[in-house]
Design a protein around this ligand. Sequence first.
Ligand code: R2B
Ligand code: URA
Length: 279
Amino acid sequence: MEVDHLYHLGLTKQGDNLEKDFGDVRFICTGGAAHRMYTYALMMKEELRIDGDLIDLSADGHRFSMYKVGPVIFINHGMGVPSLSILLHELFKLVAYAKCKDVVFFRLGTCGGLGKAPGTVIVSKRCVDNQCRSTFRIVKLGKEINMEATLDQELANNLINYASANHPDIPIEPGCTMTTDDFYEGQARCDGAFCDFTREQASIYLNEIAAKGVTNIEMEATCFAAMCTKARVKCAIVNVILVDRLEGDQVRVDKETYNNFQVRPFTIISNYIKSIINS
Ligand code: R2B
Ligand code: URA
């Protein structure tokens, strides 16, 4: 398109010099919360020893917050598939318009674990939807479409091997991540405003999906994997567990523990990125 408004990013193809401003981007790191992405960007700035203030490059869109640190972008995707899918459409167009080469996408997120200690980092090797299918289902023109939701096995293995060798203090495992459309009943929680099943039914369900190999539950992985696969860009999903769902529903981590946990996906990804940049 000659004229294209990347509406939610607050950028335009013809009004902004996308090639000049974004042409050197090689890595896009995304995760739910804007403040977390800002914190990651600040830490990356220190790690890469880059001067200057961080500016929210999508402030004009009033939806997402985007920061650029050298060749790395940090941008929040909000919660759930609809918000993430809007963001990915516009980011894929942005990197195409900016003529970026071989950009790798990362999701750095939080999740509930199944029989795993809070603080454990899961690198997804597979992802499934809320009915344990390895696809991302989306309705287009009134018809349900299945999109392949695969993940780059080599990239996932590299991240795990790199982290195990360089960050032995961070518990890290490969996993199969389930994506749901809701945090409460959709993730078998009984602590929402209402609940149409019993605690026993929820517990049976969670144990059943754990027995099928699901290691963690969050709200974006299948969409992220499927859209990156369709766009033919490499991607990886690295989530830290906040609560063991076989033990309970509530996320009870205190602020200090949360801050410590949320840095873990960043530590792994940022060091991996640095190793690639410096190689
Ligand atoms: C993890 O955390 C959020 C819900 O609290 C959601 O975005 C997700 O996938
Ligand atoms: N995010 C989720 O989607 N689920 C959890 O249990 C924790 C974080």
